[in-house]
Design a protein around this ligand. Structure first.
Ligand SMILES: Cc1ncc(COP(=O)(O)O)c(C=O)c1O
Length: 457
């Protein structure tokens, strides 16, 4: 909590400032409803403030309906909307979701919503439809590509309802039933779902411990003749690997030579948590369709993503879109435009995720010392190699120990990958540590025992 409140003490209005800082964290979703607050003395020590100041800040928060207290149970965060509903404090005994690898909203979300509300007036006179998206947002996204070294004009950007929607749109336009789609093995599970739902056939090319098998991709392009490729070259899901400049150039040359359009999923590219020089954005000219999103850097709840492609391809995608939907919500686009104009939310997100990655890596070493992984320099997950072929059994046992986790097989075009498991680090440190403690119990229940004999707690 002290870390979250960071720089709260700005004036001599100590209690009012502290109450306002807590309020902002609640509104931004960082202090969830039900979170138990530390005792007044602990809070005073951690924040270097007097108990009187803490007491009067809590009084203010109680008055505004953000905190409730009960003798014997302490104080916890509540929501003004829940007044009279009286939620009980969280006990920490709930199920930990390790399947979903998405963080809560970035710092500054509430401010961006407020700022967007003021900009909305300019939009209300329009019909609100727009298959390409708002010009201000397209400009800001194009500017980001240009800053990253890929000159881009707003005419090359189309706003979508997330990166997954962008992929489905491209898939719909470029591949039909029975067509082949080249994918990495392992790959993002929902992309495999989308390919299957389109009655297309995934053609997997293995991604080794050290990365992309470009010879394998060349052979698959030649032998299988895929209509489309779907690749994640930045902080790949689930391995966390990143393709270097040399690899990008060769891959681009292979795709161009075989005239294979490729969706390059850049969902994780902003989650570059170690800094360091970044490879240039992937580009195979007119053959590449880059898809991006606000989901990981800012919040999945915005449901705003985008496509960067040639103007000609975008015109075709626009027509294809009318068979799917008629545009993206205006207000959320304005919110994202605001977020892109402010460097702080992303900088804070990266800091937070770096800490979480290191906490999870340490917790794996401590609780499951036989699991090995390569520490990724970005993204949201550790791809762990297990000492036995037990991923599915482990996931079943983990559920019985209060952790839902995706086994390796979810990331394979034809299942398999029983020696692997994906562990996301998108949650706060204490949840990560607790999840690993529970996974260690699940592991000891599973080792050497066939499925069906796992003791259930
Ligand atoms: C590689 C990859 N692509 C796409 C998505 C979905 O993104 P969005 O929420 O923008 O649809 C995810 C979400 O985890 C992902 O990991």
């Amino acid at each position: 909590m002290a870390a979250l409140l960071g720089t709260w003490r700005r004036s001599r209005q100590g209690a009012a400032d502290l109450a306002a800082a807590v309020e902002l964290q609640v509104l931004d979703g960082h202090l969830a409803v039900g979170t138990q607050l530390p005792a007044e003395r602990e809070l005073a020590d951690a924040l270097g403030a007097s108990r009187t100041l803490i007491g009067s800040a809590l009084d203010r928060l109680r008055e505004s309906g953000l905190v409730q207290s009960r003798r014997g149970s302490g104080s916890w965060i509540t929501s003004p909307a829940a007044r009279g509903f009286n939620p009980t404090p969280s006990t920490g005994a709930d199920v930990i979701d390790f399947v979903c690898a998405s963080p809560s909203a970035a710092v500054g979300m509430h401010r961006a919503f407020d700022a967007a509300r003021l900009l909305l007036a300019d939009e209300l006179g329009s019909p609100g439809y727009g298959d390409r998206g708002l010009p201000i947002l397209r400009e800001r996204i194009a500017a980001r590509y240009t800053e990253r070294g890929l000159p881009t004009s707003p005419a090359q950007i189309m706003i979508t309802n997330g990166a997954h929607h962008a992929f489905v749109l491209a898939l719909r336009m470029l591949a039909g039933p029975g067509d082949r789609v080249l994918v990495e093995q392992p790959t993002y599970a929902n992309a495999l779902e989308a390919i299957r739902a389109a009655h297309a056939l995934p053609v997997p090319v293995a991604l080794g411990r050290d990365g992309w098998d470009l010879d394998g991709i060349e052979a698959a392009l030649r032998q299988a003749g895929p209509r489309l490729a779907y690749l994640i070259v930045d902080f790949h899901n689930p391995t966390g690997l990143r393709l270097d400049d040399e690899g990008r150039e060769r891959l681009a040359a292979l795709l161009t030579k075989s005239r294979t359009p490729a969706v390059i999923d850049e969902t994780l590219v902003e989650l570059d948590i170690d800094g360091g020089p970044a490879p240039r954005p992937f580009s195979a000219g007119d053959w590449s369709i880059l898809v991006g999103t606000s989901s990981k850097a800012y919040w999945g709840g915005l449901r705003i993503g985008w496509i960067r492609a040639s103007e000609e391809l975008l015109a075709r995608l626009s027509s294809a879109r009318f068979g799917l939907d008629l545009g993206s919500p205006v207000f959320e686009q304005l919110v994202l435009a605001e977020l892109l104009a402010d460097p702080e939310p992303l900088a804070r997100r990266r800091e937070e995720v770096r800490v979480q990655r290191d906490v999870l890596a340490e917790a794996v070493r401590e609780h499951c010392p036989e699991w090995t992984f390569r520490l990724p320099s970005g993204g949201f997950w550790l791809w762990c190699s297990l000492p036995e072929r037990m991923s599915t059994r482990l996931a079943v046992a983990a559920a019985a120990h209060g952790v839902q986790v995706a086994p390796g097989s979810r990331f394979g075009a034809q299942g398999g990958l029983e020696r692997w498991i994906r562990l996301p680090f998108s949650q706060p440190p204490d949840r990560l540590q607790e999840a690993m403690r529970r996974l260690a119990l699940a592991e000891s229940a599973v080792r050497g025992q066939p499925l069906g004999e796992i003791p259930v707690r």
